[in-house]
Design a protein around this ligand. Structure first.
Ligand SMILES: O=C(CO)COP(=O)(O)O
Length: 245
């Protein structure tokens, strides 16, 4: 199975989402074994969900809270995300680790809450440039993945996004991706047992239609988590086409 996930981050207003979905759905031909998902900002989740209803396109949240409800001003629960039309949720994106203090301690309850709600948790991991330069990449990833030793039952996905490749146009080399994805697979098997072999591992970081084909050829790469290029429906469609090949 392959996945192409559009992470819109904090971009687009309703009119942009409407135009995007009109272009996408006008040309999108679902292919067995290729999952297409859009992760819009919270206010656009119901908008996009309504627009893609009846199509094969899935909607994910970019984050959600671990608690079921209560006095958490500004937060959105897993149940709310699902109620608005989501089937999955990104967790631990590097921007949330950087700006919102997400750590393994906050992420494990979120992974559990997502799974309990029936949302696909997609745990994002990745090293900074300083960590890579210090030779600490695999240690950092080992730490970020460690919470999956307590992974709940049910499907789970992982996205490897080297922080230095996000929004920089500086894509990781296929050798770098190959090394890390093989390492992540080994860790998942060690942490989760045989089902760690089935966890899709996506690559993210300056994915474009120009480099996606080569990235998908790397062993243990199950797709792309795409930021910038996913804002353009033509590019998102091209990425889906490439994933279908
Ligand atoms: O962070 C990303 C997706 O979650 C990657 O963003 P870019 O594709 O813009 O580098």
């Amino acid at each position: 199975m392959r996945m192409v996930v559009a992470n819109w981050k904090m971009n687009h207003l309703r009119r942009d989402a409407e135009a995007f979905c009109a272009s996408l759905l006008g040309a999108y031909k679902p292919v067995d074994g290729v999952v297409a998902a859009i992760a819009p900002p919270f206010p656009l989740i119901p908008v996009v969900s309504r627009l893609v209803a009846g199509s094969a396109v899935r909607v994910y949240a970019q984050n959600a809270h671990a608690e079921a409800k209560g006095a958490y001003t500004g937060e959105v629960s897993m149940a709310m995300a699902m109620d608005a039309g989501c089937t999955g949720v990104l967790l631990g994106h590097s921007e949330r680790r950087q700006y919102n203090g997400e750590t393994e301690a906050t992420l494990l309850p979120k992974v559990k809450a997502a799974a309990a709600q029936g949302l696909l948790p997609m745990l994002c991991v990745g090293e900074t440039l300083a960590q890579r330069d210090a030779g600490a990449t695999l240690d950092v990833l080992r730490g970020q993945l460690s919470i999956l030793a307590q992974a709940p039952e049910g499907p789970i996905a992982v996205a490897y996004e080297p922080v230095w490749a996000i929004g920089t146009g500086r894509v990781a080399t296929v050798e770098q991706i190959a090394e890390v994805h093989a390492f992540i697979r080994k860790e998942l098997l060690a942490l989760m047992g045989p089902r760690g072999g089935d966890v899709p591992i996506l690559y993210g970081g300056s994915v474009t239609p120009d480099n996606f084909q080569d990235i998908l050829k790397v062993p243990h790469v199950a797709g792309g988590l795409v930021g910038g290029a996913s804002l353009d429906p033509a590019k998102f469609l091209k990425l889906l086409d490439i994933a279908a090949q």
